[in-house]
Ligand binder design. Sequence first.
Ligand SMILES: NC(=O)c1ccc[n+]([C@@H]2O[C@H](COP(=O)([O-])OP(=O)(O)OC[C@H]3O[C@@H](n4cnc5c(N)ncnc54)[C@H](OP(=O)(O)O)[C@@H]3O)[C@@H](O)[C@H]2O)c1
Length: 270
Amino acid sequence: MSSYLVTGASRGLGFEFVRKLAIDPNNTVIGLVRNKAAADTKATAEGLRNVHMVEAQYTDFSSLKNAAETVKKITGGSLDYLINNAAVVSHISGYKTFEDFDDDFETIEKDLWESLEINLLGVIKTVQAFIPLIRKGKAKKVLAISTGMADLDLINATEIDFAAPYAISKGALNVAIAKYNALYKKEGILFLAVSPGYVTTERNQEEVSPEDAEKAAVLVTKFIEYAPHFKRPLTPEESISAVLSVLHKASIANGDGGAFISHLGTKQWL
Ligand SMILES: NC(=O)c1ccc[n+]([C@@H]2O[C@H](COP(=O)([O-])OP(=O)(O)OC[C@H]3O[C@@H](n4cnc5c(N)ncnc54)[C@H](OP(=O)(O)O)[C@@H]3O)[C@@H](O)[C@H]2O)c1
């Protein structure tokens, strides 16, 4: 029996983690969400039983500490796996380059700070709040969901020049995971950053402007050039099965501590 906590469990890949993990009735699955009532309604509608939705704000350390107290009561004082999945994907710079903002540095600065606040500091605060429970867990594994869009070789090879604040925040997250590995490896706690691949979730099915749709098509063309085998985005089910397999296989003994790898367990992002 294992206990899992998944952040950003309300929708997308976070909800898929929860759904998939809850299939095993021996697992204790906890979803961290910003709106518990809505998440409970969705979980019930999907027929999920052994899932506990707990509310927290990733910007607020005391709210995360309170959530850790709630989780402590649910699990009996420990946590095996912490999966940091929640992230903001900017609508402002998603398909814009630095140059597109021209002299509007205020907008780009605001956008970058928001990306860092959720995607980097939100994870750091969550780790700090839950590390006492992880220390008492059996598996002792902390995962951060990153993105291949933060891989320097991919950026340089594809020349994907938009969505810089998002990529910067995830690049910084990868460094934070390596720093946590440097700090906690000696205690036997595995830290790992994994990209889930390119996945169809509600987010990338949202209606976008014709200009952004054009950029999205450019993105797919660049993906195909970079990885000629790439045919289509993964389904959440395919992606999360692969990510969980990487997570379960990874170990400090195998040299995986602090690594930044894909859902394939390699540096192949697509
Ligand atoms: N989908 C892909 O192709 C892809 C590719 C590479 C990496 N990823 C990564 O995979 C993870 C999940 O992505 P997804 O596609 O499932 O995204 P999603 O559908 O947009 O879901 C994002 C989750 O993060 C939470 N979140 C969003 N903005 C937030 C904010 N400002 N403050 C706190 N929580 C916030 C959301 O909670 P609320 O419901 O409360 O807003 C939601 O649960 C992310 O880390 C993303 O960067 C995805």
